[in-house]
Structure formats: structure tokens, C-alpha cells
Design a protein around this ligand. Structure first.
Ligand code: NZQ
Ligand code: ZN
Length: 386
């Protein structure tokens, strides 16, 4: 096992009817800005519940944070916070709203050009406003981690940042809040959580059986509940709860502590979203099978372990077992209703050059747990994903 620090200060408030707990979690004197995405928080009644929980506190709402939140919209929120003196933020939504809130919390107190936060990937964040979250879409893990991703649409850049200053103070995880999700967002959540786990598990062995088995438990749970979540005629509380907790644990630092991490699939996927507006999870479903195929040698031991423990593949030569494990992965995404080929999203070989150029422009030239995925290798992976 590798050396590590593990510190996660986010208070998780899990279960039915827990939004009322916000009354105890937000300081009584706070002046609160609630941040939401499009119409969903209002339509589902979640926003009304949040407002009620805030009681007599001064509060207002900032609406309009887009999926793959934009830098420009975040700056509008920053301007309002500065003009009106809000001192506590409350994100109500999915990963996009929570990510934007993290960036806004940091940018509101940042001296200088906020774009530098993204250029420095968050290393220059010195302080941030305190904030909490109410999660409505289990997928990203943003509710219990210190990272976010912001998009600048004018230059087609989608850049990650992280800082110990942007952990949510608390996150309310009420599984019933997922009941209004359309099937494609539910599927996105399952696949995003699955790939987060894979990025931290499917690398090379470092004698970390605890992390391995946590990761395998998450993967097995997602494989078990994923198709059931889609097939259920009405939402089943326990499956929604399992998805919510699995997605949080998949990216809250626990399974990644003390092990190598990959993230190449995510970095290539971010460029596909920035250029072609494909949902985040769908980009991962496109890239991962091709990535695993390309990395058969480097990931050999873990691919065999993954095949055996997650998919029950016990027979065949090593190569046959690896092929079967990759095929099962692709099939799982497809069964979740998520296409795994670029062509299914209307993209052909002519789209690849720009993606590779963007990776280069964004410094994504040494990807993976070994830092050896060059732009030329990313190009091969994208070709294999056509
Ligand atoms: O905008 P509204 O109207 O709220 O609708 C949203 C949005 O259209 C809708 N939605 C959310 N909760 C709902 C609901 N609709 C009905 N009922 C509900 N309860 O779902 C749509 C998608 O929401 P979004 O927040 O964009 O999805 P997700 O949670 O998948 O977040 C994706 C973003 O997170 C980033 C991605 O790159 C992407 O920008 N990620 C953040 C990470 C992190 N912070 O650690 C890691 C991830 O790898 C990922 O990169
Ligand atoms: Zn992700």
C-alpha cells in the first residue's frame, strides 16, 4: 500500500425527510444564497423544502447553473454574492450545481482573475465561503469531495480543480429526491460511479486488499442494482439509497487512498463533453472500453482480478479472460441504455484530431497511473472507440 493522507470533513445527512435538518446545520445568522440548476429543484418541490428549513434566515436564490456548469454563469453568481453580501452558499442539485458552488465559493473570496483558479487547478485557492449541498442526482461524488469541473464554452475548455477549502460542510442525501430523475440521468449516475471506481481500482496491484475489496463491492453493487433501477416501474427506496451511497463512496477519497489512480478516461471524456456536449457519463462509456483494450498489458493483473471478482470470469487463457472482462464492461453500459461508440453520437474519424489537439492544449499529455498516455496513444484510443 502507498502512503496517504485521508481527511474528509463533510457531514453526511442521509435518509428520508432529512432536508429539515438544514435548520440545524446552517448558522442562524447566515445570509444564504441557494444555488440551483434549471427548473428541476423548483418543480420537484425540493427548493420549497429547503427554503422552509432555512426559516427566518435571510436568503435568496440564484438559478440557471447549466449541466457542465459554465464559468460565465459562475461569475454572475460571484458578482451577486459580492454585491449583496451573502456569507453561506447552499447547492441544491446534481454534480453541476455542487461543482459550480465550489468554484463560486472560492472565486467570491479570490483576489485577481478567477480564471487563474482553473489554470492552477485550484492550487491557488486560499479560502472559500462555507457551503452545504442537497444532492438530487447521485453520480459524481461532488457532495463529499473537494473537486469540481468548470467549462468555458467560448474556448471549448472543461477544466478540473481541487482544493481542501472546497469540501461541502454538509450534504443532505435523501434517496427519495432521486425519484423524479429521468431514466437517462439514473443511467448516467450508475455509469459515472462505476467509472470513478474503476479509475482508482483498475491500475496495478500495490497489496491493498482493503481498497480492492471496497472497490469491488461498489462495482458489484452497481452491476446488481443498475439494470433493476431502470426496470422498476416505480422507484424502490432501498435501490435508490444504495445508488446514492455507492456514488458518494466511489469518489470521496476512501477507495483511492493508498493506491495508484488513473483518470485518463475522465480527461479524454471531458474533452468530448467540451467539444460535443455529450453527457459526462456517456463520454466515459465511450472511452473506457477502448482505454482498457489499449492498456491490456499495463493493467493485466488488475484486469484479471476485475474479471474474476466482479464478473465471475474464471476460465480461459489470461488473454481470453481479459477480453471477456472488457466485453462485460461494454455490455453493462449498453444494458444501462448508454451507447459506447463515438459513431452512436454522430462522430466519425474526422472528430479525433480536435480532441487530441485539445488534450495537448490543456496539458493532458501524460495521462494514466503511469503518466505514459501521450496524445498519440489518446488518438489510438479514440480511433478504437469509433
Ligand atoms: O438543471 P436541472 O433542472 O436541475 O436538471 C438537472 C440536469 O438537467 C437534472 N436533475 C438533477 N436532479 C434532478 C434532475 N432532474 C429531475 N429530478 C432530479 N432530482 O439532471 C441534469 C443533469 O444534472 P448534472 O448536475 O449536470 O449531472 P451530474 O450530477 O451527472 O453532474 C455532471 C457534472 O459533474 C462533473 C461532470 O464533469 C459534469 O460537469 N463531475 C464532477 C466530479 C466531481 N466534482 O468530483 C467528478 C465527475 O467525474 C464529473 O467530472
Ligand atoms: Zn465522472
Amino acid at each position: 500500500m502507498l502512503n496517504f493522507d485521508f481527511h474528509n470533513p463533510t457531514h453526511i445527512v442521509f435518509g428520508k425527510d432529512r432536508i429539515a435538518d438544514i435548520a440545524k446545520l446552517v448558522p442562524a445568522s447566515a445570509k444564504v444564497l441557494i444555488l440551483v440548476g434549471g427548473a428541476s429543484a423548483e418543480k420537484t418541490g425540493t427548493l420549497a423544502e429547503v427554503r422552509q428549513a432555512l426559516g427566518a434566515r435571510q436568503h435568496s436564490t440564484f438559478a440557471g447553473i447549466e449541466p457542465n456548469p459554465s464559468y460565465d454563469t459562475a461569475l454572475q453568481a460571484v458578482a451577486r454574492i459580492r454585491a449583496e453580501g451573502f456569507d453561506f452558499l447552499l447547492a441544491v442539485g446534481g454534480g453541476s450545481v455542487i461543482d459550480a458552488t465550489k468554484f463560486i465559493a472560492a472565486a467570491a473570496l479570490f483576489e485577481g482573475d478567477a480564471w487563474d483558479i482553473l489554470l492552477q487547478r485550484g492550487r491557488n485557492i486560499g479560502q472559500a465561503l462555507p457551503f452545504g449541498a442537497v444532492l438530487t442526482l447521485p453520480a459524481t461524488g461532488s457532495e463529499m469531495n473537494n473537486g469540481g469541473v468548470i467549462t468555458r464554452r467560448d474556448i471549448g475548455a472543461k477544466l478540473p480543480f481541487r482544493s481542501a477549502k472546497v469540501f461541502p460542510l454538509f450534504s443532505v442525501l435523501d434517496p427519495t429526491k432521486t425519484y423524479t430523475l429521468p431514466p437517462q440521468q439514473l443511467a448516467n449516475g450508475v455509469v459515472d460511479a462505476f467509472v470513478h471506481t474503476v479509475e482508482q481500482y483498475l491500475t496495478y496491484p500495490v497489496n491493498a486488499p482493503v481498497q480492492d475489496r471496497f472497490a469491488e463491492g461498489l462495482l458489484q453493487t452497481l452491476v446488481e442494482i443498475g439494470p433493476r433501477l431502470l426496470a422498476a416501474p416505480t422507484p424502490v427506496y432501498d435501490d435508490r439509497a444504495s445508488l446514492m451511497w455507492a456514488a458518494t463512496l466511489a469518489l470521496n477519497g476512501l477507495i483511492g487512498a493508498g493506491v495508484p489512480q488513473d483518470w485518463a478516461t475522465h480527461m479524454v471524456g471531458h474533452e468530448l463533453t467540451a467539444l460535443h456536449n455529450i453527457d459526462h457519463a456517456r463520454t466515459l462509456a465511450i472511452v473506457l472500453p477502448a482505454m482498457l483494450e489499449e492498456r491490456r498489458v499495463q493493467k493485466r493483473d488488475k484486469l484479471l482480478q476485475y474479471g474474476e471478482r466482479v464478473w465471475g470470469i474464471h476460465t480461459g487463457t489470461d488473454d481470453e479472460r481479459i477480453t471477456a472482462a472488457i466485453a462485460q464492461t461494454r455490455d453493462f453500459f449498453e444494458r444501462m441504455g448508454i451507447a459506447t461508440r463515438l459513431s452512436a453520437y454522430g462522430l466519425g474519424a474526422d472528430a479525433i484530431d480536435t480532441v487530441v489537439q485539445q488534450l495537448q492544449d490543456h496539458g493532458m499529455t501524460q495521462l494514466s497511473e503511469h503518466g505514459d498516455i501521450t496524445p498519440a496513444i489518446s488518438r489510438r484510443i479514440l480511433k478504437a472507440a469509433l
